[in-house]
Design a protein around this ligand. Structure first.
Ligand SMILES: C[S@@+](CC[C@H](N)C(=O)[O-])C[C@H]1O[C@@H](n2cnc3c(N)ncnc32)[C@H](O)[C@@H]1O
Length: 280
């Protein structure tokens, strides 16, 4: 579907459109930015509205779990949110860190960063900061975070291994992460795998569940736990854009599956490696 840089540009363009369009348009569109009737994100996203710190302006319906609910954030913690969008998880995290903590959102789409900063200004928070940057190379110094969270972002990043290495670098020793993401079991049909809209819609860039968990342990993280797992069912009206009726039936009856998982793991208190290539 293109080089890693082309994939990132595609993702940036899609999320720039999503940041600029009205939420109502987003919710009535396909994969957040197209023009069909149902959209992938609403199929994936969990209900945030009951969480303390929830801010409707920051909720663009783009998540696929509730990582902040599982992230064991304590007052005074420094939390980093990867692919922070309009700030949805950052504001929920801020409710838990309180005024003595700090929350840093990182996103590489300038329009998302602008939206998130506007939301933080409206809320009057001076300890929620948004930095423009690629999570494959985070604009953060080493060993600063108590907790890293992320909601439905790593599937969009071509080098997931690199991102886990970066998470290891920015976490303090003994720190932890809770990440919601999309993973697969079995192979997706070819037509879904190579479609750009499905890539930007958090499906085609997802990797195998086992490979994902393997990256985490090979990076040097310990105490891995799956905190939540749920199947994602793509409605027929979206699948029919890519597959004939018989292909849809065989996809539904086959071995392959699309799942939202929330994964937790810890950086050891005394790590034996630094996650530089070849050390873990
Ligand atoms: C599906 S949205 C999720 C947004 C937010 N986490 C939420 O739940 O509302 C994905 C976000 O990740 C950002 N993103 C994707 N790839 C990225 C990368 N390599 N570095 C930084 N941000 C990235 C996009 O710009 C977009 O805002």
């Amino acid at each position: 579907m293109g080089t890693n840089d082309q994939l990132k540009e595609l993702v940036r363009q899609k999320y720039s459109e999503i940041a600029l369009q009205e939420k109502a348009v987003n919710q009535a569109s396909c994969c957040g930015s197209g023009s069909c009737s149902t959209e992938v994100y609403n199929i994936m996203s969990d209900d945030y509205t009951e969480l303390e710190g929830y801010n409707p302006d920051a909720d663009l319906g783009l998540g696929c779990g509730l990582p902040t609910q599982f992230a064991r954030i304590k007052p005074g913690d420094t939390v980093i949110d990867l692919g922070s969008g309009a700030g949805n998880d950052c504001f929920v995290a801020r409710a838990e860190t309180g005024p003595t903590g700090k929350v840093i959102g990182i996103d590489f789409t300038p329009e998302m960063i602008n939206k998130a900063r506007e939301n933080a200004d409206k809320l009057g928070f001076n300890n929620v900061e948004f930095r423009t940057g690629d999570i494959e190379r985070m604009p953060v110094t080493a060993n600063v975070a108590d907790v890293v969270v992320s909601n439905c972002v790593l599937n969009l990043v071509p080098d997931k291994k690199r991102v886990f290495c970066e998470i290891f670098r920015v976490l303090k020793n003994g720190g932890h992460f809770s990440i919601s993401d999309v993973v697969l079991t079995g192979e997706l049909p070819e037509a879904l795998r190579r479609d750009a809209e499905m890539y930007a819609g958090c499906v085609a860039g997802a990797i195998q569940r086992d490979e994902y968990l393997d990256f985490i342990t090979k990076t040097g993280f310990v105490n891995l736990q799956i905190q939540k797992e749920k199947p994602i069912v793509i409605p027929d009206d979206i699948l029919s854009k890519y597959l004939h009726a018989d292909q849809i039936a065989s996809f539904r009856n086959g071995e392959s599956g699309i799942f939202s998982i929330t994964v937790y793991a810890e950086k050891p208190a005394a790590p034996s490696c630094s996650c530089e290539p070849g050390t873990c």
